[in-house]
Design a protein around this ligand. Structure first.
Ligand code: ADP
Length: 504
C-alpha cells in the first residue's frame, strides 16, 4: 500500500473514530440526563408525603413540596377518572398515558395525551382518560404532545398518584450537544482535510515526482533531474531528499561521462600504435630473409592486432553513440538497404542459404551507415555462429507502434533469423551486453569482439528504437531491430519495387 493511501486511510479511520465517539458521548449524556429525571420522578412517586397530600388534594399547588415547577402530578381513580393536580403543560388536560392498574415503581418513558376534541389521529376512546392517543398527537394548543418520564404510587383510597416530568429539557440539552458535536465534527473534518492536503503537498507529491525522475534516469534519461521548484520549502525532508537525488544523479552522470571520455580517448590513442604494429608485422611476415617461425609469429601478431583494432573501433563507436547520439539524420530507404545487404551476404557467406522477405517502401529517419552497420552486424553474426548450410533469413516489415510510445505511429521491423544452434535461454537477456559471449573461446576464435550486439542495440537506441532476440529450445535465433517509421511527403511515385522474397 502506498504511503499516500496509508495516510488517507489513517485520516478516514480517525474521522470515523471521532464520529463514533461523538455518538457515544451523545448516548451517554442522554442516559445520564434521563437517569437524573428518573431519579426525581421515582423519588417523588415513592414519597409517602406527596402521595398522602395528593390523596387529599383536589387541585392546586398548596401543600406540595417546593421545586416542582417541571413536575406533573395527577390522580387516576379506579374508574379511570383523571384529576390533574399540578401540571407544567400549557394544556391543563394533558396527562401521561398510564392505565388505571399500572403501578410503575421505576420511571418509564411515555407520551402524553390530552382531553378534548382536538386529535390528530382518530382514537375516540383516548378521550383524555387512559392515554391511548398515538405518539406525536397534538395537544389542544396544537404543539406536539411532549414525552414524559412517569412513575406511579398507590394512594390509600386505591387511586394512583401519577408523577411525570417532561423530557423537553433533556431533549433541548441533547439538541445543544448535537449542535456542538456537529460544529466540532465539521472543524475536525476541515482540519483533517487541511492536514491531508499539507502532508500530500509537502511530503508525498514531491516523492511521487522524485520517483518519476528516478524511473526516468533508470530508463536512460541521464539528464532527468528533480525541479527544485517542485520540492517546496527548503527545510522539508522531501526537499532534502530531492536535492540529494539530484546531487547523486549529477555525480553518477559526471563519473559516467569521465569513464566514456577515458574509453574514447584510450581507443583513439590506441588506434595509431595498432596500425603501426600491423604495418610492421605485414612488412616482415612475407620477408624470405626472416625465419619461418618468426614469420608465423608476425602473422599472428598482425591478426591479433587487427582484432584489437576492430575492438578499439567498436569501443570508440559505442562511446560516440552514447555521448553524441546520431550525428545526422536523413530519410533512409530501409527496403533498398536490406536488399543490398542480402546481395552482399550471398557473396560473403557462400556456404549459407540466404532468404529474404522485404516489404517495399520502408522508410526511417536516421543514419544510413549506422543502420547498415547494425544489420550487417546481425547478418555476419548469423554467418559466423551457424554451421555451413544453415539458412539466414532477412525480413523487413512495417508494424503498428506500441500504444503510447513516442515517435511515429508505426515502426519498421528488421529481422535476421537463422536455423543454427540458437542461444541458450539463460544468455538471452544478456547477449546485448558489452563483452557478453555465449561461448567465449569459440567466439574469439571466430574473430568476434564481443561488442557486435552491444553496437546493434546502441544504434537502435540512438534511432529511438530497440533491439530484441528470440531463440527457442529447438535452436535458431531471431534478432530484430525496430525503428520508428516515417511517412515521406508524397513524391512522384517511382515504380514500386516488387517485394523481395526469394531464397537461394
Ligand atoms: P561476437 O563478436 O562474439 O560475435 P556479439 O556481441 O556480436 O559478439 O555476440 C555476442 C554473442 O552472442 C556471441 O559471442 C555469440 O555467442 C552469440 N550470438 C550472436 N549471434 C548469434 C547467432 N546468430 N546464433 C548463435 N549465437 C549468436
Amino acid at each position: 500500500m502506498t504511503l499516500r493511501r496509508r495516510v488517507r486511510w489513517a485520516v478516514a479511520v480517525l474521522l470515523v473514530a471521532v464520529m463514533a465517539s461523538g455518538v457515544a458521548v451523545l448516548g451517554l449524556y442522554r442516559r445520564t440526563l434521563l437517569r437524573q429525571v428518573d431519579t426525581q420522578v421515582t423519588a417523588l412517586a415513592a414519597s409517602p408525603r406527596l402521595i398522602v397530600q395528593v390523596g387529599r388534594l383536589d387541585t392546586g399547588r398548596q401543600g406540595l413540596p417546593a421545586g416542582l415547577a417541571e413536575v406533573y402530578v395527577g390522580r387516576l381513580a379506579a374508574d379511570g377518572t383523571w384529576t390533574t393536580l399540578l401540571t407544567p403543560f400549557a394544556d391543563p388536560a394533558t396527562h401521561p398515558k398510564v392505565a388505571v392498574d399500572e403501578v410503575l415503581t421505576t420511571a418509564v418513558g411515555r407520551g402524553t395525551t390530552t382531553a378534548g376534541p382536538v386529535r390528530t389521529s382518530g382514537d375516540a376512546s383516548a378521550g383524555g382518560t387512559t392515554g391511548t392517543s398515538p405518539s406525536g398527537a397534538s395537544n389542544a394548543a396544537g404543539s406536539p404532545a411532549p414525552t414524559v418520564r412517569v412513575a406511579t404510587g398507590r394512594l390509600p383510597n386505591g387511586s394512583l398518584a401519577v408523577v411525570a416530568v417532561p423530557t423537553t429539557r433533556v431533549e433541548a440539552a441533547l439538541d445543544r450537544l448535537r449542535l456542538l458535536l456537529a460544529v466540532v465534527g465539521i472543524v475536525v473534518i476541515a482540519v483533517a482535510a487541511l492536514l491531508l492536503w499539507w502532508v500530500e503537498r509537502l511530503g508525498l507529491a514531491p516523492i511521487t515526482r522524485m520517483t518519476a525522475v528516478a524511473d526516468a534516469i533508470t530508463a536512460g534519461d541521464s539528464a532527468a533531474r528533480v525541479d527544485p521548484a517542485d520540492l517546496g520549502s527548503e527545510a522539508t525532508e522531501a526537499a532534502r531528499l530531492g536535492r540529494a537525488l539530484n546531487a547523486m544523479a549529477d555525480a553518477t552522470s559526471a563519473s559516467a561521462a569521465r569513464l566514456e571520455r577515458f574509453v574514447a580517448d584510450a581507443s583513439h590513442e590506441l588506434r595509431t600504435p595498432l596500425t603501426t604494429l600491423r604495418g610492421y608485422a605485414a612488412l616482415h611476415r612475407d620477408d624470405a630473409a626472416v625465419p619461418e617461425a618468426t614469420r608465423d609469429a608476425l602473422r599472428r601478431i598482425e591478426s591479433e592486432a587487427g582484432r584489437m583494432g576492430r575492438l578499439v573501433d567498436a569501443l570508440l563507436e559505442l562511446t560516440t553513440l552514447d555521448e553524441r547520439g546520431l550525428t545526422h539524420r536523413e530519410p533512409v530507404d530501409v527496403s533498398a538497404l536490406l536488399a543490398d545487404i542480402v546481395s552482399d551476404l550471398r557473396v560473403l557467406a557462400p556456404g549459407h542459404e540466404v532468404a529474404s522477405d522485404i516489404a517495399p517502401g520502408l522508410v526511417v529517419l536516421g543514419d544510413r551507415d549506422r543502420i547498415t552497420q547494425a544489420v550487417t552486424g546481425l547478418t555476419s553474426n548469423a554467418a559466423r555462429h551457424t554451421p555451413s548450410g544453415s539458412t539466414i533469413t532477412v525480413r523487413g516489415m512495417a508494424e503498428p507502434g506500441e500504444p503510447g510510445a513516442a515517435g511515429a505511429g508505426s515502426v519498421v521491423r528488421i529481422e535476421v533469423a537463422d536455423d543454427g544452434p540458437g542461444i541458450p535461454a539463460e544468455h538471452l537477456a544478456r547477449v546485448f551486453d558489452r563483452f557478453h559471449r555465449v561461448d567465449g573461446s569459440r567466439s574469439s576464435a571466430r574473430g568476434g569482439t564481443g561488442l557486435g550486439l552491444a553496437l546493434v542495440a546502441a544504434i537502435a537506441r540512438a534511432h529511438g528504437g530497440s533491439a530484441t532476440v528470440e531463440s527457442g529450445p529447438g535452436g535458431g535465433a531471431r534478432f530484430a531491430v525496430t525503428l520508428p517509421a516515417v511517412t515521406l511527403p508524397a513524391a512522384p511515385a517511382p515504380a514500386a519495387p516488387a517485394p523481395l522474397a526469394d531464397s537461394r
